[in-house]
Design a protein around this ligand. Structure first.
Ligand code: PMP
Length: 466
């Protein structure tokens, strides 16, 4: 890749002056400014100074086919020339969203009937809540409106989806969560299970916690539960075997719908096309985004089962039109990008490849970190992995959150030319590289991460913090 020399505008100064960054420590940013990425190819990124980084996170868990795929760029170009936009309100349609909806329903991990398109994971989960509410209004159960999510779950940042997200730091500045949301226990073995507890006993406890919550709230008031097959931003938390069947049994007893948030896991990340398959989940509704276009353009979708769909259609007689939809719902350019992206995934066998490379990555992570004194847990599934840091192993003891251990390690990794991500609620760093990453690149990613962890471990000792 050639270095791009920027003789143009001073992007760093302009950024500091004009751009309001999401999820950014703004006072620090005013001092330090941005890192401006100007180019990507495969798993590699290049910044405005010509510095190269291995992107161990595929952006934000999303550039699954890697950077620089001409097939997607050409599909976007062709669609923009033919028809950049027309809407889908009032029975209008364009061709690519129809073809994409057909494809998604064919691919779905459990039988699904229709797809509603939006732009982001957050708006998809907002739409799911409105679908659940309309569905329960339509069948004469207007009290059934509460939505249960999990502590540490991540479902987005709009007012409703941020409320579902189980992270206090996303609530405290914004008077959230809204009052229809409740949170239950995540399947987080390290901190939620008793020492030595069997998987079966842990699953039984998690199912009991959920059922107790539903009973305490009143089953007549609970509409749905939303869960990521593997929890992503909350710490890459993989549930024990048997977890989702146990959850489903609870939901069936109380007439509660299950929404699978497949925004990260959809389209191959866990080594199966959908995470629901890998995790034995039987959802009624599925949210997708990110990997549907590998993030080349924004697109999300809500898949809806026939039972829910038919109730909504019949409900219109009494409730009136399903008054919901975005200007950009079923955007033809985004759908063209998605079709090209899914074509690559199928033709190149990238789902199977994500599974194989994932297995290789987990071996390398175990080799590099299993005996490290700073490491309390290594986990993941398919091509998503995480390493959690602890102050002591037996019994597992957390670091003081203000030390921001994961953030320090991510900074040290960046100095090694590796982009990883701090999941600060779990003192964890995560790996979620593009599916096209080679074995050599995985080995490099892990060895750079190991160097960063060693460096921070030395610093902590030197500073008397560990
Ligand atoms: N759900 C999950 C599981 C996610 O990981 C994310 C984003 N990280 C979202 C929803 C929200 O998606 P977006 O940022 O596109 O709104």
């Amino acid at each position: 890749m050639t270095t791009i020399l920027r003789n143009g505008p001073d992007l760093e100064s302009l950024d500091k002056r004009y751009l309001f960054h999401p999820f950014t420590a703004l006072a620090d940013h005013e001092r330090t400014g941005p890192q401006v990425i100007v180019k990507g190819e495969g798993v590699w990124l290049e910044d405005a100074h010509g510095q190269r980084y291995l992107d161990g996170m595929a952006g934000l868990w999303c550039v699954n086919v890697g950077y620089g795929r001409p097939e997607i760029a050409e599909a976007i170009h062709r669609q923009a020339l033919t028809l950049p936009y027309f809407h889908s309100f009032s029975s209008w349609a364009t061709d690519t969203p129809i073809l994409l909806a057909e494809k998604l329903i064919e691919m779905a991990p459990v039988p699904m009937s229709k797809v509603f398109f939006g732009q982001s994971g957050s708006d998809a989960n907002d739409t799911q809540i409105k679908i659940v509410w309309y569905y329960n209004n339509a069948r004469g159960k207007p009290q059934k409106k509460k939505i249960i999510a999990r502590r540490r779950g991540y479902h987005g940042v709009t007012l409703a989806s941020a409320s579902l997200t189980g992270m206090p730091s996303l609530h405290s500045g914004f008077d959230l969560p809204l009052d229809f949301v409740r949170h239950t226990t995540p399947p987080y073995r390290l901190w939620e299970a008793e020492p030595g507890q069997s998987d079966a006993d842990f699953v039984a406890k998690l199912a009991r916690d959920l059922e107790d919550l539903i009973l305490a709230e009143g089953p007549d008031t609970v509409g749905a539960v939303i869960m990521e097959p593997v929890m992503g931003a909350g710490g890459v938390i993989v549930p024990p075997k048997g977890y989702y069947p146990a959850i489903r049994a609870v939901l069936d007893r109380h007439d509660v719908l299950l929404i699978a948030d497949e925004v990260i896991s959809g389209f191959g990340r866990l080594g199966t096309m959908f995470g629901a398959t890998a995790m034995e989940m039987q959802p009624d509704l599925i949210s997708v985004a990110k990997g549907i276009t590998s993030a080349y353009v924004p697109l999300s979708g809500c898949m809806v089962s026939e039972k829910v769909w038919r109730t909504i259609v019949d409900g219109q007689a009494t409730l009136g039109v399903f008054g919901h939809g975005y200007t950009y719902s079923a955007h033809p350019l985004a759908a063209a990008a998605a079709l090209a992206n899914l074509d690559i995934i199928e033709k190149d066998g990238l789902v199977e490849q994500a599974g194989r490379r994932g297995a290789f990555m987990h071996e390398r992570l175990a080799e590099a970190f299993a005996d490290h004194p700073l490491v309390g847990d290594i986990r993941g599934h398919g091509l998503v992995g995480a390493v959690e840091f602890v102050a002591a192993k037996e019994p597992a003891t957390r670091f003081e959150p203000s030390l921001k251990i994961a953030g320090r390690i991510v900074k040290a990794a960046l100095a090694e030319g590796l982009i990883t991500r701090a999941l600060p609620h779990a003192d964890t760093i995560s790996f979620s590289p593009p599916f096209v990453i080679s074995e050599d690149e995985i080995a490099l990613m892990v060895s750079r991460a190991r160097t960063a962890v060693d460096r921070v471990a030395d610093e902590l000792v030197r500073e008397g913090l560990w």
